[in-house]
Design a protein around this ligand. Structure first.
Ligand SMILES: CC(=O)SCCNC(=O)CCNC(=O)[C@H](O)C(C)(C)COP(=O)(O)OP(=O)(O)OC[C@H]1O[C@@H](n2cnc3c(N)ncnc32)[C@H](O)[C@@H]1OP(=O)(O)O
Ligand SMILES: CC(C)C(=O)C(=O)O
Length: 564
């Protein structure tokens, strides 16, 4: 790159509009959407769609609720011409849908275009010519007047041909291509001339589509251009101001939104931002940006996975995993603090499921676009206790005490760090069961046992525990007493195992609501050296679960002692 880019590149000229009004406005309703996937999107594909793929895409757009769909450049190819004819002849255009087709301002192309539309119930004919100085000079070698003449003569011919096909309801659309780097006064002059030639009325509406053909400036400049244009246009009756942003600077969505604040009532774009170079503005993001502000976008992305599937198959281009609202990873948190906040958000929502959506880090409820909560939290070496706890709770119903979460997540972190990979829920569950002896043979196996009262002593709370314990190949007879079941078991471990433990924490809950109600118990113990370990057990009765969880913790502490 150059040390002095200023010698090669010039900053874009801004517009003089000190009393601009758009910055203090808010978006309060959806615009008229026009999908241009089958034209601007299609012309940018490595392999343009054939008739079958176009039809699949058209049907998808109709299902999603798009009412204006630019379906072709019919004079450009036989495929496009036939596709238009196929829809018209097959009666496949729903009554509330307007098909739109584009043409250059060349007589032969215009005639072919209108021929393609013969018999259509309703149609938008879209004419364009580039208006910016660099195009006038380099591409067309023509002055301002010749550029205006081209637009006006094209408009007149279209008007004449439309009048000759009265069975069709017409809308005319004119685009001063390259509007965003055309002198504002000239863009205004050419659009006024087109308007004069078309003579818009209630029966013959006009769309003036002001494209950011190549995005060259910050979105505020585009918004200024739109506001300036609308404030200076002589009469906007029967005229819709439309925008068509591209995304060369990565701000196509911002351009479309700010242009609407400036007064544009219609937006053209493509699903997932397909289109020339860096693409057209993304209609999915625009719609869901409105939705997450509580505004009905008028299009339905309830089954986003299916939309992605069809679009990927038609365009033969992938949708990026981080694409807003749609990518495979956009509802997924790997990092610990994000997972913790999301888990707390879901817990709060459980007590107010109908309330306003307020889950940290998730601007949209994944369920609204057909995603499940499964992918929300995934675990790797960046994850913390919250994520691990979430997965074990979602998939196995465990509500682990906080300190157990901390203990176990350190093991998960170590495992993931060692492999450098994500740990899926099955691997985490396997690690949990291995760590806490929930499968295979535990280190301490409790045989028959019984618990009795103290037998007529003064304190009725005192419990006696007697049982048989298999440990390291030996069967030990345990006997102890204490102020509760767990204390009596702790007491029983002193003699045969010389193990002196304190119980730091004990929690239990039932597992799931569906079954013969199993109980899960979590017991945290501390040994004389200050080591802490949890034991976990799942049993048919809560007392059995508590005792086995305690023995699990004891076995793990014994292992530490044997190692040192
Ligand atoms: C910004 C946009 O996306 S606009 C839409 C662009 N889409 C497409 O181009 C896809 C379909 N296009 C095509 O299939 C072809 O370009 C066709 C059939 C339209 C024309 O093909 P050709 O006649 O071979 O012309 P070519 O493709 O070289 O286009 C350049 C010519 O069109 C002229 N031209 C470009 N835009 C326009 C316009 N809006 N109105 C009139 N003429 C135009 C150029 O000045 C140039 O003319 P020249 O050959 O006399 O110098
Ligand atoms: C023809 C116009 C609308 C266009 O596609 C563009 O300017 O990008």
């Amino acid at each position: 790159m150059l040390k002095h880019p200023e010698r090669k590149y010039r900053p874009f000229a801004s517009i003089e509009l000190p009393d601009r009004r758009w910055p203090s406005r808010r978006l309060e309703a959806a615009p008229r959407w026009c999908s241009t996937d089958l034209r601007d999107g299609n012309q940018a594909l490595i392999e343009p769609m054939g008739i079958e793929r176009k039809r699949q895409f058209f049907d998808l757009l109709v299902r999603l609720g798009y009412k204006e769909i630019e379906i072709a450049f019919p004079a450009a190819s036989q495929t496009d011409f036939s596709f238009v004819r196929g829809l018209i002849d097959g009666g496949s255009i729903p009554d509330d849908v307007w098909i739109q087709v584009i043409t250059q301002a060349r007589e032969d192309l215009i005639r072919d275009t209108l021929e393609a539309l013969r018999g259509a119930p309703r149609a938008i004919v879209h004419l364009y010519n580039a208006t910016a100085p660099v195009f006038r000079e380099l591409v067309f070698s023509q002055g301002r007047q010749a550029t205006i003449d081209m637009a006006v003569s094209g408009t007149r011919l279209i008007r004449e041909l439309c009048e000759a096909q009265p069975e069709t309801e017409w809308i005319y659309q004119y685009s001063p291509e390259t509007f965003c780097f055309t002198e504002p006064e000239f863009a205004l002059e050419i659009c006024e001339a087109v308007c004069q030639a078309w003579q818009p009325s209630a029966e013959r509406p006009l769309i003036l589509n002001l494209p950011a053909t190549v995005e060259v400036a910050t979105p505020n400049v585009y918004a200024d251009q739109i506001e300036w244009f609308m404030r200076h246009f002589s009469d906007l009756s029967h005229i819709t101001i439309s925008v068509h942003p591209h995304n060369d600077r990565g701000t196509g969505v911002a351009c479309a939104e700010q242009a609407q604040l400036a007064g544009a009532a219609r937006v053209e774009g493509c699903l997932f931002g397909n289109g020339e170079r860096t693409g057209n503005v993304d209609l999915v993001t625009l719609a869901l940006n409105l939705y997450t502000q509580g505004i009905d976008p008028g299009v339905d992305f309830s089954d986003m996975a299916e939309v992605v599937r069809v679009v990927e198959s038609c365009n033969q281009l992938p949708v990026h995993p981080r694409h807003p609202y749609a990518g495979e990873l956009v509802f997924t948190a790997f990092s610990g603090s994000h997972q913790d906040a999301i888990r707390k958000g879901f817990a709060a929502r459980a007590s107010d499921p109908e309330g306003c959506w307020q889950v940290p880090y998730l601007p949209l409820d994944p369920v609204d676009v057909g995603a499940s909560y499964e992918a929300v939290i995934r675990v790797n070496s960046q994850s913390g206790k919250g994520g691990v706890a979430w997965l074990l709770e979602q998939d196995h119903g465990l509500r682990m005490p906080r300190r157990l979460q901390m203990e176990f997540s350190r093991l998960v972190q170590r495992d993931s760090d060692a492999s450098g990979r994500e740990l899926d829920s099955a691997r985490i569950w396997q690690l949990f069961r291995e760590t806490y002896g929930l499968h295979g043979t535990p280190l301490m196996v409790l045989g028959d046992y019984r618990i009795t009262g103290a037998g007529g002593g003064d304190d009725p709370r005192v419990q006696c525990f007697e049982g048989l314990l298999c440990h390291a190949g030996h069967t030990l007879a345990l006997q102890g007493h204490g102020g509760g079941v767990l204390e009596s078991v702790v007491d029983s471990l002193r003699g045969p195992l010389d193990l002196r433990l304190d119980i730091v924490d004990y929690q239990e809950h039932s597992l799931g609501g569906d079954t013969e109600s199993r109980a899960v118990a979590y017991v945290e113990c501390r040994d004389e050296d200050g080591n802490h370990r949890f034991g976990v057990a799942v049993e048919g009765d809560s007392t059995g679960a508590a005792i086995r969880a305690l023995l699990g913790a004891a076995a793990r502490l014994l292992t530490i002692r044997q190692r040192t």
